[in-house]
Structures are given as C-alpha cells and as structure tokens.
Design a protein around this ligand. Sequence first.
Ligand code: 3HC
Length: 694
Amino acid sequence: MSEVSTGPVSVDMVDGVARVSMFHPPVNALGLPLRRALVDALAGIAHNRQATAVLLTGQANAFSAGADITEFNAAAGSPDLRELVALVEDFPLPVIAAITGVALGGGLELAMAATARLADPEARLGLPEITLGLLPGAGGTGRLPRLVGPERALDMILSGKPISAAQARRDGLVDAVFSDPASKDGVRWAAHFALKGDRTRTRDRQHKIAGAHAVRGTVAALAAVPLRKAKDPSAAQAAIDAITAGIEVSFDAGARVEREKFEERRQSPESAAQRYLFAAERAARKPKNLNPGTATRVARAGVVGAGTMGGGIAMALAAAGIPVTLVEAEQSALDRGLARIEQNLATSVAHGSRTEADASSERALIESSLDYGALASADLVIEAAFEDLPVKKDIFADLDRHVREDAVLASNTSYLNIDALAAGTAHPERVLGLHFFSPANVMPLVEVVRGSHTNAEALATGFELVRRIGKTPVVVGVCHGFVGNRMLEVRSGQAERLLLEGALPGQVDQVLTDFGFRMGPFAMGDMAGLDIGWRNRKAQGRTAPVSDALCEAGRFGQKTGTGYYAYEGRDRRDDAAVAKLIEGVSAKLGIVRRPISEQEILERLTLPMINEGARILAEGIADLPGDIDVIWVKGYNWPAYRGGPMWYADQMGLALVAARLRHYALLTGDASLAPSALLEQLADDGATFDGYGR
Ligand code: 3HC
C-alpha cells in the first residue's frame, strides 16, 4: 500500500505493518479534525488483509499533547476522544504506540489503549489534566493503575507531572525504550509483536490492581495526603473517586464516574480559570515589541551579591548549565553565600530532587570572586545587592566600567527605579530589571522590567535567559514595585487598615487561606520578619501603626517567637497580647472598632488590588490583564483555580467590582479606593478585562 494521507494523518505500509502518522502541528492536539482522520485511517486498515499490526506515531515533535484545550468550551463533536480510544483498544489488529516527544493527557490515554507502547529515550509521559482543573477523561483513571499500579497512578494523576521514558519502562507504562521508535526498528518490533505479543487489552489487566482491599488502604492513605496540598482540591477529589471506582468496582464503573466527573469539571469555573491561565502564560511568552531573534545567547553570566537572592539566582543559572561568576564585596559575605549554596545543594540531594552528580556539576559552574574584573567575560550580569538606590547606583557605575561594552546589565530590584540605575551608566540602553522571587532557585516567576532606554537586544537577551532557566518571564514597565509588589502594597495597606478598624490577624489570614492562598498576609509577614519593613519605613518617614507597634515591642515575627502571632517552633497561635496591642493602637488613633465581616475582609483585600491592576494596565506597565494574572499566580500563589485577580474580577462582573469599591471609598473615606478611570469605563461599557489590550 502506498502512502495514504487523510488530512492530518498519513498511513504507509512497511513490512506488513500499517504505520499511522499523526501530523497536526504544533503538538498533535487531538481536536476533531485529527480524531476524524484517525478513525478514517483505522477504518481503511481494518479492511487491509496484508496488515498484521498498526504502528501509531506522532510527527510534529510530539506523539500528542492530549485533547485540544480550545475545544473544552463546548461539548466535544463526534467522534469524541473516548470513542477513538475504544476503537483503538478493540481494533482487530494489535496497535503499537510509538511515542516520541510528549504523550500527555488524552495523548497518553490513546497510547494506553494501544496493545503495547514504545518510547524514545527523550519522551515524556504524563496526565497533566489536574493542572487544568480536570481529571483524565478518556479512560486514563482506569488504564493507568492497570499498567503501573495504583500508587504510581495516583501520584501521576494528582501531581500532573510527566515522567521520563526510563521511568515509564520501570513502571510498566511502556514495553520498550529505543531511539526513534516510529522508524524501521519500531516497525520490526511491531511485526514481531504481531506474532508473539500478549494481546490482553489494558482494561482487562488485573495483576497490578489485584487485592482490592489492600489497594483500598493504599488509595485512602495516598488520597489523604495530596488532597490537602492539591492546587485544585475539587479536581483531585474527582480523580480519586474515578480511580477508586475503577479499581474497587470495575473498569466500566470507573469509566462512568470518570465521564460524569470530567463533564462536571470541564464546565466548572475552576477549570475555565486554569484553561485561561494556560493561554495567558503562552501569551505572556510573546510580548509585543520583543523579537527573540535579537537575543544574545548567554554563555557566561555574572551575579553581584551573594546574599539569599544572589545565591538563589546563581543556583538557578547553574541548574540550567550556565556558568556563572558570583561577586561579593567582602570575603566573609562571599563565604556565607557559598556555604548557603552548598547547604541548598546538599538538602536537595538528600531530598532526592537532585542527584549528587547534578549537584557537583552545578557546583563546578559557580565561580566566585571579590573583583568586578572577574565579570569581564560575562554576557549578562545580574545585580542582587542590598535594596538601596545609592548602593545599587554605585554598583551599576562600577559594573559599567568592568563588563564588556555589549554585556547586558540587570538589576534584581523589587521596587526601585530601573531608569535611575541606568542613568548612572554610559550605556543605559543595555540596562533592565530581572525581578526574581524568593527563593530564586525555586520560584517560577521573573518580572522582566523594561526601562525607558532598554533596547530590543537587551530586553530579548534577559527574556530568553529567563526562559532558558525554565522560569516564566513577564515583561513589565517601570514603576514603584512593578506589577506584583505594587499590587501587594495596596493589599498590605488594606490588611493593616482592617486591623485598625476592628479585625484581628487570625481572622484576616483565615479569609485568604479559605480563598485558596497558602498563607495570609500576617502569617507571611511573620515568616519574612517584620523588622526589615519597619526599618525601611523609618528611613522613608512612613508608618504602619500596627506593624510599627509590634516591632517596638520586639515582636519581629517567627524569628523572635512572636509577631502578629505567638510561635512554638513553626506552630502559630493567636495571641491575646496582640489583640490588646491592636485595640490600643486603634484607640490612640481615635478609630472606633467595629465587627468586620468575612465578605468585607475579602473584598477589601482583593478589590483594591484589582483597581490597582486596572491603573497598571492604563499606564501600560503591563500589556495584558493576563500578564498580571500570571504574575499573581506564579509569584504570589494566588490560587490558579481562581484565575488571577483580573480574571476573578471579570467573573464577579466589573460593574459590581466598581460598585463595591465606591462603597468602601465612602465607608472608609479613602478616596484611593474609588474605581480607577479604566475600571469605570469598562464597567460602564459592560466590558471585561479579558480582551483588553488585544
Ligand atoms: N491543546 C491545544 N493547544 C495546545 C495543547 C493542547 N493540549 N498543548 C499545547 N498547545 C498549543 C499551545 O497553546 C501553543 O500554542 P501557541 O503557539 O498558539 O501559543 C503551542 O501548542 C505550543 O505549546 P507551548 O508553547 O506550550 O510549547 P512547549 O514546547 O513549551 O510545550 C507542551 C509543549 C509540553 C506540549 C505544552 O504545551 C503542554 O504542556 N501542553 C498541555 C498538555 C496538557 O495539559 N494536556 C492535557 C490536555 S486535557 C486532556 O487531554 C483531557 C483528556 O483527558 C480528555
């Protein structure tokens, strides 16, 4: 049979094996056109008497990244993915899936319905549906436990993290691993399998899930742990229900639960929020006026400052294989910084997140010096010194003299004016901000700050470097605190006001943890230490009456055992002394305390942030509302299933957001709470943030 092409699918016969190739760039998402073409191709093969087996492959750098996410806003057209999967599993000939690139979500579900699976050594296999607020919806909750056992299946489905081909082979998810299984070797393997292979359907395999009672214990124990930590608890629970029914009752019973829960989740606001974020993250990767082609590939980087941030940034660079020179002013500070890096590497080896070999190669990539001259060969240098404008200005002026003329200079400042730093250099066009979040070796977000003189090459170089180290870059403009911290400051101001007006720290924090944040502002303040902010405020002549009073009483947070709470180790409890102190401060300021409802707390903490977000958009500091949402989800743990502040506002309705802000402006007499011009305008037009700026 010569090659037959049905749109995104082509079929060729090689030595009696019908090779079915999916080609639907960029990632072979299994949308309706691809599903139809696969069904047609399989129908053709079913009538071909010469075919002994099918080798199902994916071109376009992927076997398949799963269901087409953009189709989820409506019910799937026919054939749906479940029908396709059933067709493959019940096909009269053995179907061998040859996985190159990724097999994710519905892509892996399709492969699991095949009779056997081959994988390229570089392949990645996973069920990431949970990251979209979903559970696997095409039999994955039933078939994965039958191939890898309930423990591994739960781990993969609840974490959403893909595994390597080698791991998949160890777990029994794939039958063989070799290079390019879609080629002749795969064909030979399939032909041999047709003669000798075990054709038991995946759904009928029992040995990994035998002993249902023993399994029930495992499922219950495992389920209890991740659910508490799950990013989307409802999706996690739905997946657990389907897996459990599939093991304890039957494959078909599990499939019924899976189908019902999948539909429920697909139509849920939580999943809509996470699908929106998926698109927003991808849009943030393509900021306007940024041409990746103008980027310099950073062969060596420099970091100035070996404190917690500088050390974390050096680790993040080294982890991506980039040689880095860490420069400090004094030997003792450098020694402390290097010891901290060493400690971090040792801990991650002990926890199994790095091998000893990885740790040694990362260690070898970090050089250190007390001399700026050591940065002469760096393509990009990140300053991560003390957060003080004169200090940073001096460093930039020094760097300007020591680094190559074409090197990029970045500051890790979280608040300060990049243009002011650039002004003291001979080449302000090569200066930008790279605002990492703490701990920099862990947190996934970097705000890439475009100064008013930053040129296209410098911006693209910084942006591409952040992508290369596996973090999410979001381009923002210059203002105090950029996007994230500027909005955080607004929230902190309101949190402090709520204490003065009648709330207590435990009550405020509880509202935010109920909303889905991992921590409220006061628990977070205690963890970070209250004294730094106190000193900064004093230096700038600002006050925060409650926080100042706590610091004056020596309550600096966890490190002193008392702050907004009292601590025993890390366990915190409400402290009557704090309630008294706050009441005293309110009285001193002449504020009559009143009971404050949970609704007011939530609205006063979130709506002013949204208002500030609208100002940020109007000023052009962020290009898109989605950029703001990505920053808040990735940098500040805004719960992904609530989409980010701007998405949240859209769901609430902007007219209501504006009305509530007007109400609080009147109630508190704080004019800054009144809706911003952009918010008013969108609310009046009946518009949403989503869509703004496109
Ligand atoms: N559906 C539709 N479009 C998809 C897609 C999918 N499943 N996966 C990726 N794309 C699109 C992206 O939106 C992007 O589009 P753009 O070029 O217009 O911005 C393009 O493909 C390339 O994607 P990335 O920019 O993310 O490319 P990377 O190389 O960085 O990553 C990837 C590739 C690892 C495949 C990553 O895209 C990914 O993780 N995709 C999502 C996988 C996923 O969640 N699958 C499960 C879907 S739900 C499901 O299958 C339900 C089922 O159980 C019924």
